[in-house]
Design a protein around this ligand. Structure first.
Ligand code: ZN
Ligand code: ZN
Length: 168
């Protein structure tokens, strides 16, 4: 669905896409990132200094309730924060680094296949599928290996002492 599609969809439901709502929708759509409400509020204020938090939260709720925007918790990496993205994108999985919080989007046919399998298996009609995968990104794997190395080195003398004691 395009931004125009969203606008039409809102109009059909009798929701007016005010300037401030439009600003938020554009921010969510164009950022290409997954922004939380606070960050969206900061960015929206740069475009319209009169926008307030209440408007931001209400608009997010409205966009969520009308199914135009997805609310994600991204494995709660950022605590209780929620992140937003429009439903315009093709279905994808979120791959979250649990160390640095980087979020990658994985697209592919695998999701359509999974959907079909689930529909066939349960005789279920899938409306929405959300996939989150947590782990460590390539960069953090290197850092973690280094940290583990250092931790091992730090405990080594103690370990060596224990072994020596056991031998006697
Ligand atoms: Zn990372
Ligand atoms: Zn995404």
């Amino acid at each position: 669905m395009s931004v125009e599609g969203i606008r039409d969809s809102l109009k059909r439901r009798g929701v007016r896409l005010t300037r401030q709502r439009q600003i938020l929708l554009d921010l969510i759509d164009r950022s290409g990132q997954h922004l939380d409400a606070e960050r969206l509020y900061q960015l929206a204020r740069e475009k319209d200094s009169k926008i307030n938090r209440v408007t931001v939260y209400r608009t997010l709720k409205m966009l969520k309730d009308t199914g135009l925007v997805d609310e994600l918790d991204l494995m709660h990496f950022g605590g209780d924060q929620h992140y937003y993205e429009t439903r315009m994108k093709q279905e994808h999985a979120h791959v979250i680094c649990l160390r640095c919080g980087k979020v990658e989007e994985f697209y592919g046919d695998a999701f359509q296949k999974l959907r079909r399998q689930i529909e066939n298996h349960f005789g279920f009609h899938v409306l929405i599928a959300r996939t989150e995968i947590g782990g460590y990104c390539a960069h953090c794997q290197v850092l973690r290996a280094r940290e583990l190395d250092q931790a091992v080195t730090a405990t080594k003398p103690l370990e060596a002492r224990r072994v020596a004691r056991r031998k006697t």
